[in-house]
Every structure is written in C-alpha cells, then in structure tokens.
Ligand binder design. Structure first.
Ligand SMILES: Nc1ncnc2c1ncn2[C@@H]1O[C@H](COP(=O)(O)OP(=O)(O)OP(=O)(O)O)[C@@H](O)[C@H]1O
Ligand SMILES: [Mg+2]
Length: 462
C-alpha cells in the first residue's frame, strides 16, 4: 500500500531532508512551507500521514492540527517540533496528534515513528473498508446511517444475526430500536418466519400474560375460546419484546423461565409448549436503575443482555442527519404528491446543530410536517419550528441607563466577556478551541482574558 505523506514545515532544510528521505523509503511526498498552504494541500489531497511543524508563519501548527482534526477526526498527524516546545507538543497530543518528534531529529527516529504510523493507518483503512463491505454485503435497507457510531451497530447486527442469542437493544426514544430488531430478524435464518412485536408498555398488565402465552378456553372470565399467544405466533421466527422495563415482576419470572427452558404453558393450560423463538428485547430506560429500585429482575436482565446493542442518539452522529433528511424527503413528498424539498445551507446548519431529543422519529416528523406546510420547495431557517433555535439564550447584556447616560465601554466589555465565556463553555475551557470558535488568535484571547480579569480561578465557574 502506497502511503502519502504531507510535510508542513517553514524550514527549507528540514523539508528537503524529510522529502528526500521519505521518497527513498518509498513514501509519496508533498511538502509545504507554511500552515495555510499545508492545510490547503491537506484538504485537496488524500494524505495518510502529516508531518507538522508547530512554529510557522501565517498559521501555527496547533491551529493547522485543529483544522485537520475537525475536518477528519481519523487523521494521523505527527508533530515535528523544536526541543524547547515540548509543552506545545503535549498540547498537540491532547488535540489528537498521533505522536511527536523533536528537532533536531535523527532520521532513524523519524523512520520508526513513520513506520508505526503507516501500520496504524493501513489497519484503520482496512477496518473502514471491511465495514463498508459489510454494509454492502448485508441488507441494511431499512437502516440508514453512514457514521462510525452506526458502523458499530451494523457490525453487531451482523454478528448476532447468524445466531439465536438473545439481544437487548438500548437507546433513546426514536433512535431506531425497532428498525434494528427487524434488521436482525430479516438477516437471520429465521427471516422467512414471522417477526412478532409486543409492546409491553401498551398492553395492560393483566392482559399481557395471555397476550404472550395465549390462553385456554375458560381460563378466566371472557376467555370464551382457546387463543394462541405471541410466543406461538412467532414460532420459528423472532419475538420482539419492546419496552421491556414496563413488564410486571410476575411476568418477568415467566419470561425468564421461557428463556431458560424454552417452554411455556398457555394461561389456564397444562400442556407444555416448546418455544422455538428468538427473543429480542428493547428499552429506552436504564435497566440498571430499574434493578436498583427492584422493579426489574437482575437475573432476567443478565438473560436478556447477552448481547447489548446500544444505538447512539442522533446528536452523536450528526453525519447521519443530512443522510436521513435525504432519505425521508422523497418518501414524504411522494406521499403528498409534491416536488421534493430543498434545504438551504443555513437550514441544514441549524438542523445539524440541533440536539434532536426525539432522534430519528423527530426528524422524520419534521420532514413530514414541512412536506405538508411548505408551499414552495426551498426550506430556510424561518420554516423551522421555534425549538430549533432555543438552545441558548442570546448573550446581549441589558443596557443599563443611569443619570449620567450609558457607559459604552463597560457595556462593550460585558458583551465581550459574555461571548468569551460562551466560547469557553462550548469548548470546555480549551483556549485554542475557544479562540478558533471566536475566530481570533489564541494570543489575542489570552490578552483579552487578562484585560477582562477572567483569570483562571474565575473561569473555573465560566
Ligand atoms: N437508522 C434509521 N434509518 C431509517 N429510519 C429510521 C432509522 N432509525 C429510525 N428510523 C425511523 O424512525 C422512526 C422511529 O424508529 P423506531 O420506532 O425503530 O424507534 P425506537 O427506538 O423503537 O423508538 P421508541 O423508543 O420511541 O419506541 C421509525 O419510523 C423508523 O422507521
Ligand atoms: Mg420502539
């Protein structure tokens, strides 16, 4: 595999040495003399490894590193830095640099570090490739997603589909638990047999048992005829126990028995019935907490949780937002017999920044709502409901009028202070990130912090 290396260093001699050495070693190399040119080169070429100097004119190495990482979190950046600046190298590592080399360097050290980095890079390339192939090989038609967080879900689905293991699917409301359960079923050897869902939260406690296991004629008042339950209906297939946390403790014992012994009786019946059923359970509650307060049996939890698939909330996989919008857009618009919606860049930015408490279901509903309400096709931020904008209150300070008028300098300082605090909150107090967010230099930010007396002890409170 050919590894492409980008060298960014303002020292011509260093560039020359690295370039000729790397070419000799069989790497493909490009060298750039400063941060701006380096970043540009990175964005336009598919580089595997970056050798990055820290102190450079135009744009410093830390800033280049941050930009590369925010564009491509998997990027492999090796810092090459003068001996006196180890502290910056450490900061760079914290920002996700792969390793660092100090100048003056011995070329053998560079060789070793690069070799390790290229091995790391080819492994992760293979890994991503494998996961992509898995996506193609496997039928995930119903399950849209092309984000690293979802690759893990896909991988687990593939693993468990080949077996009969019980699976517990967890995730916030609307994340797609039922879709995942169906995907497992339809990719398993049981796919020709029924997929039977039971919503344990929607059926009254007293009816759930007979719903699951069926009943014999005369088992209770109203049981006028024998009826088979969902376990029998699902025979050979998959039973999906949704909202499992809502099941009563009495019934939990019975489910535990079916899972252990693979048999059950109908309510009021004596005949033992074999259960050839794969069970998949789902919940949006933390079962650990339910065990703690004794509303959920620990032994059942371990039985169900043989494999746990946690579906990440939508806000943890923002890459999937445009993908899902594009998925639902034509479906909803075709239903309404109208042209597809077009989302303006500004509207898409708002959607990407939103925290989606209702996850994919909320997104699906939004697209449906827009497909009904919008007369023209172009969706702009004005078309989005209020909740998309109520993340943080505006930071404008109140303008206090005194007898002597208003104090412009103080007010501007307050305003500035609020914006800086907002930036620090957003970036967990990491100054380099906060300054990037504010589009000012890091040193300018530090000066401002001093001038506004936002020293470190005050900042701990933000
Ligand atoms: N990855 C996905 N790709 C396509 N559609 C999805 C995806 N995830 C969820 N959906 C859609 O979003 C809606 C909600 O999904 P689902 O019912 O599976 O969520 P859930 O986790 O079971 O929610 P709840 O906890 O509220 O029951 C469904 O219409 C489903 O088709
Ligand atoms: Mg559900």
């Amino acid at each position: 595999m050919l590894i492409r290396v980008l060298v960014i260093d303002d020292d011509e001699a260093v560039r020359g040495v690295l370039e000729s050495f790397l070419i000799d070693e069989g790497y493909e190399v490009e060298a750039q003399p400063d941060g701006v040119a380096g970043l540009e080169a990175y964005m336009s070429g598919a580089f595997d490894i970056v050798l990055l100097d820290l102190a450079m004119p135009r744009m410093g190495g830390i800033e280049v590193l941050e930009k590369i990482k925010s564009h491509d979190p998997g990027a492999c950046v090796i810092i090459v830095t003068a001996h006196g600046t180890i502290r910056s190298a450490v900061e760079a590592m914290r920002l996700g640099a792969y390793d660092y080399i100090t100048k003056p360097f011995r070329i053998e050290d560079v060789a070793v570090t690069l070799k390790r980095a290229s091995e790391f890079k080819s492994l992760s390339r293979e890994n991503i490739e494998l996961k992509r192939q898995l996506r193609k090989r496997f039928s995930f038609k119903m399950l849209i997603g092309d984000s690293p967080a979802m690759y893990n879900v896909f991988e687990l689905i593939e693993k468990v589909s080949q077996s009969d293991t019980t699976v517990l699917i967890t995730g916030e409301s609307g994340t797609g638990k039922e879709v995942v359960a169906k995907t497992i079923h339809f990719n398993s050897h049981r796919s020709q047999k029924p997929f039977i869902p039971v919503n344990c939260g929607a059926i009254p406690h007293e009816l759930l048992e007979s719903e699951l296991f069926g009943h014999e004629k005369g088992a209770f008042t109203g049981a006028v005829s024998t009826r088979i339950g969902r376990f029998e209906l699902a025979s050979g297939g998959t039973l999906f126990l949704d909202e499992i946390a809502e099941m009563s403790p009495q019934l939990q014992v019975k489910i535990l028995r079916v899972l252990q012994e693979r048999e059950f009786e109908r309510v009021g019946g004596v005949k033992t019935i074999k259960a050839d059923v794969r069970v998949i359970a789902a919940t949006n509650k933390a079962l650990e907490a339910a065990i703690e307060d004794r509303s959920f049996r620990e032994d059942l939890y371990y039985r169900l949780n043989v494999i746990n698939i946690r579906i990440p909330p939508l806000r943890e996989r923002a890459d999937d937002i445009p993908l899902l919008m594009n998925h639902f857009n034509p479906i909803m618009c075709a239903k309404k017999k109208r042209g597809n919606l077009i989302f303006s860049k500004e509207a898409m930015n708002v959607l990407m920044a939103y925290n989606w408490p209702g996850n994919v279901r909320e997104l699906e509903n939004l697209v449906e709502r827009l497909s009904v309400l919008k007369e023209d096709d172009l969706v702009t931020p004005e078309d989005l409901p209020q909740r998309f904008f109520s993340g943080e209150p505006p930071v404008t300070p109140p303008v206090v009028e005194t007898e002597r008028g208003i104090f412009l300098n103080e007010l501007l300082e307050d305003f500035e202070r609020n914006l800086i605090l907002k930036a620090l909150r957003k970036t967990n107090g990491i100054k380099s990130k906060a300054s990037a967010y504010l589009n000012i230099n890091r040193t300018t930010l530090i000066e401002k912090l001093k001038r506004l007396k936002l020293d470190d002890h005050l900042m701990s409170k933000y």
